[in-house]
Design a protein around this ligand. Sequence first.
Ligand code: HEC
Ligand code: HEC
Length: 240
Amino acid sequence: MNLSMRFLLCSLSFWAVVAGCNQTVEVEEPKKPVDPLVRVQAMVKECMVCHGTKEAQRGPILNGMETWYLTDQLEKFRSGIRGARASNRAEYLMGVGVKKVESDFELAYLADWFAGQAPVPAIRTVKGDLEKGKAFYEERCASCHGAEGEGNRLVRGPSLQRLEGWYFLEQMRKFRSGERGYHPLDEGGKAMVAVSKDISTGTMRDVVAYCVETFGPEEAPSNRDKYGPDSSAKPPLKPF
Ligand code: HEC
Ligand code: HEC
């Protein structure tokens, strides 16, 4: 190596060192990790936007449903087995709602949280022949949902004790039309589709009225009771 080469190398390394010293090393402020518990607790409020009693366009009250059933359903929404079809608007909304749930921890926490909430009284919205409803329930439903609607986990039949009449009837119609329970991997949904295929709307009303009346949520006073016999008997909470 000749002299000028050596000089060049030296000066290069000199400038490299100088440049290195001058470099301001940007140390990023470490982002404060969000406490997972705080995040999921905040999420409950977002669920309540659609699952509380105050909304007009809303989903069912989830309070007091079984943890295992809530977990099953949340997993179905998350994987698109439920809630992926825009034609089923209510279910599709929930398909959007579930996108917030980022981890198994959050999913389990939410299922457990809603299962632990005190049930909410419901306005009676579905009328029917209770005697006929009882006979039909015992013949066609009790084996999978229990004599008192307490559920039968062995066959993954959820409890029916928390369901409001409007949501109950709506789900029966959706099973019958195949709007719910269409996905090949939706074993429970498919079982309900098979069960409800041949049930007339009148019989659906009878069986829903019987279930809600006999082992459903406590009755909340309707507007008619509150404001006199001439008021509308319609509930303030409009079903979809
Ligand atoms: C944008 C409104 C919306 C949000 C937000 C929302 N949901 Fe829903 N959810 C619905 C609707 C509507 C249904 C009923 C779907 C149907 O009719 O088939 C539903 C259904 C469900 C069901 C099924 C209940 C059953 O009886 O099968 C579960 C479980 C559920 N939601 C949990 C949650 C949780 C937990 C959150 C918060 C992460 C949440 N939802 C956020 C609208 C929403
Ligand atoms: C062969 C067993 C079986 C029979 C019989 C059966 N069910 Fe079900 N039912 C299920 C299963 C499993 C599910 C859960 C579906 C799911 O996972 O989405 C279910 C779900 C439901 C739901 C939805 C609950 C919710 O929170 O969304 C309603 C409502 C229901 N059944 C009512 C009935 C009624 C009324 C009868 C009688 C006419 C009946 N079922 C008969 C197995 C059965």
